[in-house]
Write a protein that binds this ligand. Sequence first.
Ligand code: WAQ
Ligand code: MG
Length: 242
Amino acid sequence: MSTELYSVKMRASQEEGGEERHISGAEKIVEQDRLQAVCAQLLERALHHSKGEADFINIKVERIAAEEVSRLDALPVTTCQVETAKEGIGKLKELMERSGIPNGEAILEQLKDTWGMRGAMLLNVDTLERLEPDRKRGVRATYMDMADSGDDRSQKNHFREALVLATKVASHKNIVGELCISDDPDYVTGYFASKELGYVRITRLKETGCPDGGRIFLFRGENREAEDCVRYLESQKMLVKI
Ligand code: WAQ
Ligand code: MG
């Protein structure tokens, strides 16, 4: 592999009454020779998204040193087939219970507070305190991609991108799990992920056509440890082998 690596971040939003409404975002780590193609594909993705037309698109490119990049193997993947969203949400609760996370019901209640956020909620599972420095934006896991990817790496692939994110997030010592529902109206599969249970796909967590989605990173520890956790999520460069 060439040592010239670049982080590419994309985010797109709409202007709504002076407020920014999040449409889509993406994180990539690419070699120099793929940089142009990846930027073009992310621009395309930002322009043509099922959540609407973008008014504002930010593509940020930064060179990063290969030595700064850590590597992880992807979490093991299993699939939980459900018929209805209600059944799917029930599964999330069951998976939290199996992970020794109390307050499942209350945590699921908080999911709706994540709708429209650009990042994720960081929630202390024992005290139910929110630990994000900026609650409107949330915490974004960034600087990650899959390792050894093929040519189609910039086409949106919900599953692969989510598995990369979930693997990075789950590997922090204070993270005991993650809940995710896509905000794409037509993507109803979501997941629960943790070090212990791996990446558990749940085939339906909402109704088709529903634009609501969000993520909660489930934190356990002293609240003062959240700062380190956020730093890891936002800035540790990571390639994940799928
Ligand atoms: N860091 C933190 N939160 C994020 C990030 C990020 N990098 N990207 C998205 N989010 C939050 C944000 O609030 C979004 O609104 C929400 O998650 C959903 O993001 O195995 O597509 O990109 O097939 O819509 C799951 C795949 C796909 C399941 C999830 O999420 C499967 C998906 P989306
Ligand atoms: Mg989305």
